[in-house]
Design a protein around this ligand. Structure first.
Ligand SMILES: Cc1cc2nc3c(=O)[nH]c(=O)nc-3n(C[C@H](O)[C@H](O)[C@H](O)COP(=O)(O)OP(=O)(O)OC[C@H]3O[C@@H](n4cnc5c(N)ncnc54)[C@H](O)[C@@H]3O)c2cc1C
Length: 474
């Protein structure tokens, strides 16, 4: 398995093509956005090398029996699913950001779906996928998942869009492969992945065969490039200042453009079988929704820690104990919901298991509002300095430094810089590029998607029967 440094080098060798602010990024590792994200993913490799964490981060391949990264594993038990959540939490505790190794969840969805697809159609997608997965495991690669299409007019289906490129589609079928066109939006960790995994983002009708496409392409493939998304307070990311809050790592999302990209047959895992589009999305969502809860629990730990440092620096450590406990309560509730969904796995014919569908969607529902409560508590504890505080440059300047140092002091014995740095980290996670809110609302699908699933799986007839029995109704 690779070290963080070997991973970083391997990505740079792929030469992913990326633009930001209208210009091509010439050095991914030096750029404040792509570099901070690369560092975060590299940290996940170094964590796997740590002998205390290895039992969680490293597991045995069901394909080769070799030791592989948990991020490349096909889950076959409740323990596997729970380990995936624990890894997500540990990584976010260490980095404080969403890094985007979400392809892990897509590998599982494609494993199960290609298996069933072959059973029904006599195709060879699963064998191809197995060979691809074997390489991902053996070479310890990062996959990211590109599911979200730009979608244009949301009231129209893919085939009804005036501009047909609003959903990724096949534009040419050749004997040796397919040519795809379109884009995928908001893809986390896009420039830090070795392989981009693409599959549909919605169920499709029989007339939408060209949109029923799943494949993998390496970063750096001709015709594929990224337009990196802006984030709030992002101008700080290209500076050395601790005003950016998280001085080590950063999240990154990008629009990935596919300009007539050729995908050879061995990398195509679905090409026209529309009835399986919804299934692959559904399986990915089941797993990813609970993983996201694990990520947010880890970020919530960091935010609670930063908030506690500020409370103590303000001389209010004791007074804020209840608010800090509230942050812990929501963080642990997120974690418990995710673990609960994993404790009751649903089996598939392929051998892969997925979290319980109802509990997984309840977990995602938690994710749409609990992180906001955590943020709210942090804002209350920290006070107005969260939104209104001079900069590091002011603190260090000759002109106003002494004044800033005097008026931003808090409790005796706490250096002003400690207080300011902790406030900046809270700002980053509440209102800046690492803010929990932006992650939680739409990551792993919109709230409506989870609510529709909870409604469908509510089992109200069973619940009515329980009530009728006790009320003496027939
Ligand atoms: C931080 C972050 C990271 C992400 N990372 C990834 C990633 O790695 N890979 C990936 O594939 N995607 C990723 N996403 C995208 C995510 O999956 C989408 O944001 C999500 O699926 C919602 O899609 P949308 O943002 O296009 O919202 P829209 O589809 O535009 O929806 C906006 C709102 O309108 C509602 N709505 C939409 N259509 C209708 C309709 N017809 N009728 C009624 N209401 C409707 C939705 O429920 C929602 O509330 C990420 C998103 C975020 C915020």
């Amino acid at each position: 398995m690779m070290t963080g440094q070997e991973y970083r080098q391997s990505i740079l060798e792929l030469k992913p093509k990326a633009f930001m602010f209208g210009r091509e990024i010439t050095d991914l590792s030096a750029n404040g956005f792509t570099g901070a994200n690369l560092n975060g993913v590299a940290e996940t490799y170094d964590m796997a090398q740590d002998k205390d964490l290895a039992p969680l981060f490293v597991t045995k391949s069901t394909l080769s029996g070799r030791e592989i990264s948990r991020y490349t594993h096909i889950n076959t038990s409740a323990e596997d699913l729970m380990a995936r959540i624990k890894v997500a939490r540990r990584v976010c505790q260490r980095t404080g950001v969403c890094l985007g190794r979400c392809g892990a969840d897509s590998l599982n969805a494609l494993w199960a779906t290609t298996y069933e697809l072959d059973q029904k159609h006599g195709t060879r997608y699963h064998e191809r996928f197995k060979a691809f997965l074997r390489r991902v495991q053996d070479e310890d690669l990062v996959t990211t998942l590109a599911l979200t299409d730009p979608k244009g007019d949301r009231s129209l289906r893919p085939s009804q869009q005036p501009d047909k490129d609003m959903y990724v589609r096949i534009v040419e079928r050749r004997p040796d492969g397919i040519v795809v066109r379109g884009a995928k939006a908001m893809i986390a960790g896009a420039t830090a992945a070795h392989e981009i995994l693409v599959h549909p983002g919605t169920g499709l009708g029989p007339e939408e065969a060209d949109y029923a496409v799943a494949f993998a392409v390496p970063n750096g493939t001709p015709g594929l490039y990224h337009v990196v998304d802006r984030q709030s307070a992002d101008e700080r990311k290209n500076t050395d200042s601790w005003d950016k809050g998280n001085v080590r790592y950063g999240s990154l999302e990008a629009l990935i453009v596919f300009e007539d990209v050729f995908v050879p047959n061995e990398r195509v895992f679905m090409a026209g079988e529309t009835e399986f589009a919804g299934e692959v999305v559904n399986r990915f969502a089941l797993l990813h929704r609970v993983v996201l809860a694990g990520c947010l629990a880890g970020c919530a730990d960091v935010l609670a820690g930063a908030t506690a440092i500020v409370a103590e620096a303000n001389g209010l450590g004791k007074q804020m104990r209840d608010k800090l406990a509230e942050m812990t309560y929501y963080g642990e509730a997120l974690y418990a919901g995710a673990l609960g969904a994993c404790s009751q796995p649903a089996a598939t014919a392929s051998g892969a298991v997925f979290p319980d569908p109802l509990l997984a969607n309840v977990s995602k529902w938690h994710v749409t509002w609990m992180p906001h409560e955590i943020q709210k508590a942090a804002e209350e504890v920290v006070g107005g300095s969260l939104a209104c505080m001079p900069s590091q440059a002011d603190l260090e300047s000759e002109a106003v430094g002494p004044v800033v140092r005097k008026y931003l002091q808090g409790a005796a014995g706490v250096p002003v810089e400690t207080r300011m740095r902790a406030i900046r980290l809270v700002e980053n996670m509440v209102a800046g590029p690492g803010r929990l809110g932006s992650l939680c609302m739409h990551g792993a699908g919109s709230p409506a998607a989870a609510k529709i699933m909870v409604r469908a799986l509510s089992g109200l007839e069973n619940k009515k029967a329980l009530a009728k029995h006790l009320a003496g109704l027939s």
